[in-house]
Design a protein around this ligand. Structure first.
Ligand code: FAD
Ligand code: UDP
Length: 368
């Protein structure tokens, strides 16, 4: 008999398993994929660590979380400074003085602020009230030019919906700066684990029994009997067999290519911000670790409609889905000895640092 059956070997499940194990609890980890690590998983190819489920850049504003991770890895000094490619024109991201300078041929913050201010004013005057959706929020924040070149097409591809039909929260993550600074994040701590993410999970799970290639939901009855409690980090609506309806997700497809050249795009991440290019990003994996290998590997990221046969990469946190999720939460409260956690279990657009924080909070509630 196990104390916990943990469904999903991603960051949430693995951190909880590690902490539970440290406190003398026996954990069984069930994973439907053929590897541990969830979406953070990296694999070695051509001596390059491949981020198999998209670019994963670790960052946090919490010294506590940064220090916590040092037990499992050493971070390099990578700073994410992605490039935007709009129909062949190259700009710096996030939206900062380098972007504005190239866009408008200006050089001072005052000039940039005046242009954005006048575009904002025109937009807000026609709005009559506070911005209600992603398009209105974006224009009110950075003006029409930035919105049209960098946000409109990319966001429509990424989410499969018009910016008018999306919540503003999606783009509130991106900084807007009136200094020359291409760091995509504001957090004081940032890096890529040297040697990739998978060794972190090997350490986190080293004292647990792990069953790969096993879908908990197809063996639910039998596997539930193996432990006193279940921690489920898959999708909450799937756990309940979609009885209340289906939550919406966005899926992705990754197309990997080995290229016989040492340096393909000169940077780890390029965003293709026009509407026509079918993929949103190309990542060149070697640049996450300053690689000097002879060849290179790139991945193109194609957004996709989600259905039950596809991986649910992003929750779509609009009003309709949030209301349905709240109903699933009520259902979950009725179940004894069952906990939901992580990006899918909590239906939240969590980054890694958020997942670690949430998992450690659960540890405090459950185990201390
Ligand atoms: P997951 O990693 O999704 O793990 C859940 C696991 O549960 C999976 O392995 C899944 O196979 C398994 N599972 C699900 N259902 C079942 C079942 N029925 N039976 C058995 N197993 C099951 N965060 C950052 O901080 N920085 C980034 O740069 C970043 N980039 C990202 C890029 C992309 C494209 C995506 C999609 C996410 C990115 N993230 C990033 C977010 C990051 O991936 C997540 O915050 C984190 O991996 C979530 O961990 P988790 O354990 O909650 O979920
Ligand atoms: N976004 C955009 N243009 C860009 C980058 C991002 O319009 O060049 C928008 C898009 O809607 C995206 C959101 O901002 O979904 C958040 O971007 P982020 O890079 O944080 O997305 P993630 O890495 O989570 O996919």
């Amino acid at each position: 008999m196990f104390d916990y059956c943990i469904v999903g070997s991603g960051l949430f499940g693995s951190i909880f398993a590690y902490e539970a194990n440290k406190r003398g609890k026996k954990c069984l980890v069930i994973e439907r994929r053929n590897h541990i690590g969830g979406n953070c998983y990296t694999k070695l190819k051509e001596n390059i660590n491949i981020h198999a489920y998209g670019a994963h850049i670790f960052r946090t504003d919490s010294k506590q979380i940064w220090d916590y991770m040092q037990e499992f890895c050493t971070f390099n000094h990578f700073i994410n400074s992605p490039i935007a490619n709009f129909k062949g024109e190259i700009y710096n991201l996030p939206f900062n003085m380098n972007t504005f300078s190239k866009l408008w041929g200006i050089s001072t913050p005052k000039e940039a602020q005046e242009i954005i201010q006048s575009q904002k004013k025109a937009a807000l005057d026609s709005l009559k009230g506070a911005p209600r959706n992603l398009e209105e929020h974006a224009i009110a924040l950075v003006g029409v030019d930035v919105y049209e070149k960098f946000i409109k097409g990319y966001t429509k591809k990424q989410w499969g919906r018009d910016c008018k039909d999306l919540p503003a929260s999606i783009i509130k993550r991106i900084p807007v700066r009136f200094i020359y600074d291409n760091n995509y994040f504001n957090d004081p701590y940032q890096g890529i684990p040297k040697g990739g993410y998978t060794p972190i999970f090997e350490k986190l799970l080293k004292n647990c029994e792990v069953l790969l290639n096993t879908d908990f939901l197809t063996n639910k009855k039998e596997l539930s009997k193996k432990a006193k409690k279940i921690l489920f980090t898959g999708t909450i609506d799937a756990y309940f067999d979609y009885v209340l309806g289906t939550l919406e997700y966005r899926s992705l497809q990754f197309e990997e290519e080995l290229l016989e050249c040492a340096n393909y795009q000169g940077v780890a991440v390029v965003n293709f911000t026009d509407a026509e290019t079918p993929y949103t990003r190309i990542i060149e994996h070697k640049h996450f670790e300053f690689g000097t290998q002879k060849n290179t590997i790139i991945s193109k990221e194609y957004p996709q409609n989600w259905d039950k046969t596809k991986e649910p990469y992003y929750p779509i946190n609009d009003t309709k889905n949030q209301a349905l999720y709240a109903k699933y939460q009520d259902l979950a409260k009725e179940e004894k000895n069952l906990i939901f956690g992580g990006r899918l279990g909590e239906y939240r657009y969590y980054d890694m640092q958020d997942v670690i924080k949430a998992a450690l909070e659960l540890v405090k509630r459950e185990l201390v």
